[in-house]
Design a protein around this ligand. Structure first.
Ligand SMILES: [Zn+2]
Ligand SMILES: [Zn+2]
Length: 324
């Protein structure tokens, strides 16, 4: 997703002054915000494509070895869990409660993914749930016309193109709980630094382990840019493909779908129809045999006393929504 969280509170000074936001518009559109969106799109959505091409070109200099694989995999896993467990299941939907330091770590890891600061991401995603596949949904693939052409246009829009320029959800309306959390607001304000840190870590580790400059560059390209590229397209595919193709075990008012074969690579996010049917659930798989690595982490945190109040839907509620 997009946007600069320097927008966070400074853009709404009346909140700071009175402490009581007045009723206001749900979205904001102005040239300043659209300039930030364009900058974010170029930096974090287009640049990783160029970085990934460069990573492949760099294979002439240094082959893809164990070091590159470990950096790519570990950075992908850490930032991916930051997005699904932190950004999505904890901050957007409040499906469980977590120790404050765990919440901050998850927010930082999610920030490193380059998909927007935590407050903007949460606001956009809450708006997605509010208007799913209707006018107002920031990224529906189903609103771009009929037939094959409309479907292709819708997929391109929902996957990628919507981020160039879009109505910014008013964070005072959509994420007041996050704005009250000083720790999280601080993480959001430093968003660009976290993305930079996410690029620096694999660079330094790559350089130190190989004791070479080529190892450092290779670490930056694979553990940094290619990792951002990979995770972005996985997350975006949920917005695009899984609102068009897949199975639909539960009744929900939008066109969300499950893509079970992608469960592991999406860390459980591909149970997207389950998620829209039961957004309050920390488990997206809902049943133990539906792989959901994001939920495994939440269970592990709960077992260590670092997470609690896991709000699982009852059998009766699931049965009531199941499509026969
Ligand atoms: Zn959601
Ligand atoms: Zn959705």
């Amino acid at each position: 997703m997009t946007d600069d969280d320097s927008l966070s509170v400074g853009d709404f000074p009346e909140v700071l002054e009175t402490g009581k936001p007045e009723p206001r518009k749900k979205t904001i559109s102005n040239p300043y915000i659209h300039r930030l969106q364009r900058r974010h799109f170029l930096l974090f959505d287009v640049l990783p494509i160029i970085g990934t091409v460069a990573a492949f070109a760099f294979l002439w200099v240094r082959p893809f070895g164990l070091l590159e694989f470990c950096l790519l995999f570990s950075m992908w896993l850490a930032t991916g869990l930051g997005v699904t467990v932190g950004y999505h299941r904890l901050f957007t939907h409040r499906t469980f409660k977590a120790a404050p330091w765990v919440a901050v770590v998850l927010a930082v890891l999610g920030s490193m993914a380059g998909q927007g600061g935590v407050v903007s991401w949460v606001a956009l995603h809450r708006r997605h749930h509010e208007y799913s596949d209707r006018q107002g949904d920031p990224h529906s693939p189903n609103l771009s016309g009929d037939g094959f052409r409309g479907a292709v246009r819708g997929l391109a829009h929902s996957h990628f193109l919507w981020m160039r320029r879009h109505e910014y959800p008013n964070i005072v309306h959509y994420a007041p709980d996050l704005l009250r959390d000083r720790g999280i607001v601080r993480v959001a304000r430093l968003y660009y630094w976290w993305v930079a840190l996410g690029l620096l870590i694999p660079t330094v580790i790559g350089g130190l382990i190989s004791m070479s400059w080529t190892g450092a560059v290779s670490g930056l390209l694979w553990g940094g840019f290619a990792r951002i590229f990979l995770l972005e397209h996985i997350v975006w595919a949920i917005n695009s493909l899984l609102h068009m193709f897949g199975t639909r075990p539960y009744d929900s008012r939008e066109n969300s779908r499950n893509g079970g074969v992608f469960a592991l690579v999406t860390l459980g996010e591909s149970w997207h129809n389950n998620h829209h049917a039961f957004p309050e659930s920390p488990s997206f798989g809902l049943d133990w045999y539906r792989l959901d690595p994001g939920y495994w982490l939440i269970r592990a945190l709960a077992a260590s006393g670092l997470a609690w109040d896991l709000k699982l839907p009852s059998e009766a509620r699931m049965a009531a929504k199941r499509i026969a």
